[in-house]
Write a protein that binds this ligand. Structure first.
Ligand SMILES: [Zn+2]
Ligand SMILES: [Zn+2]
Length: 277
């Protein structure tokens, strides 16, 4: 399985010279079987624009799996040329909202907020509400579990090609389940289930410990929580993800330096990074 990290940020894009190496686009990861073009895209932040370049000039045929509907996970949709193409076939799966899934998405993408709505994208687009549980999506085994976040139903995912497995928890607010062993949130049961023994845990690492008291109510995790969960779940590698928009390249380097002796190998999401599992 090959992952290409196309967007690394949380909340809002971060352009500028201080963010060049780790990247400024919001959350998006393209997933492919070895040697194939991506069939599965996890989240549709502004990084989704970069997926088009991975398709070799072909229209996208596959699935976009959304963790939730916040802007930083959906704003790339109308700018995805590989998908907005008369020959594209795109299934969009999003956590079921108790309403028509296209209409739920259109609340943020339709006039007067945006010129077109999701159903007006070119090609064959289908919008599906996903419930918790095990699913077969684009040929991958996907476990969906609701995880605590703020402002709308949010899923974490465990994705496997039956040989290797990664877990994706981009936006996670474990503090809502209690302070947990280190004060950064409880090791939530759903998070543990998703992360248990995976080859790669991709986790919300928006804040560092010193920032957390003032921002704990924003609905995100600390680097410390991500590392603690990774250790508790015996994952093989942790990818710090959903970087805070003001977090500079140098600051992310410093975070990694501080984690050199962690029990689990830790890397930080970098735009354009290719991870083979
Ligand atoms: Zn987010
Ligand atoms: Zn969010």
């Amino acid at each position: 399985m090959r992952l290409v990290i196309c967007g690394t940020r949380g909340s809002t894009p971060a352009p500028g010279p201080d963010f060049v190496r780790y990247g400024g686009h919001t959350s998006c990861i393209a997933v492919a079987r070895d040697g194939a073009t991506p069939m599965l895209i996890v989240d549709a932040g502004t990084g989704l624009r970069k997926v088009t370049t991975l398709l070799g000039g072909q229209p996208f045929a596959g699935t976009i799996l959304l963790s939730h509907l916040h802007w930083d996970h959906t704003h790339g949709l109308p700018f995805f040329r590989g998908g907005d193409n008369p020959r594209a076939r795109v299934d969009v799966h999003l956590p079921a909202q108790g309403a028509d899934p296209e209409a739920a998405l259109a609340q943020g993408m339709s006039p007067p907020n945006f010129p077109i709505r999701p159903s007006e994208l070119q090609g064959q687009w289908r919008f599906c509400g996903l419930e918790e549980g095990e699913h077969d999506i684009a040929g991958f085994a996907v476990l969906a579990r609701e995880i605590p976040h703020k402002g709308g139903r949010t899923f974490g995912y465990r994705v496997s090609d039956r040989h290797t497995t990664f877990a994706y928890l981009s936006d996670h607010h474990p503090l809502s389940a209690g302070a947990g062993p280190a004060g950064f949130g409880e090791y939530h049961e759903a998070a543990r289930t998703l992360a248990d023994g995976v080859d790669l845990l991709i986790h919300d690492a928006q804040y560092i410990a010193e920032e957390f008291p003032a921002r704990a109510h924003f609905g995100h995790s600390t680097v410390d929580y991500a590392v603690g969960l990774a250790e508790a779940c015996h994952v093989r590698r942790l990818l710090l993800f959903h970087h805070d928009p003001p977090r500079t390249d140098e600051q992310i380097d410093a975070i990694l330096t501080g984690l050199r002796d962690a029990c689990v190998p830790v890397i930080a999401a970098m735009e354009g990074q290719v991870i083979d599992l």
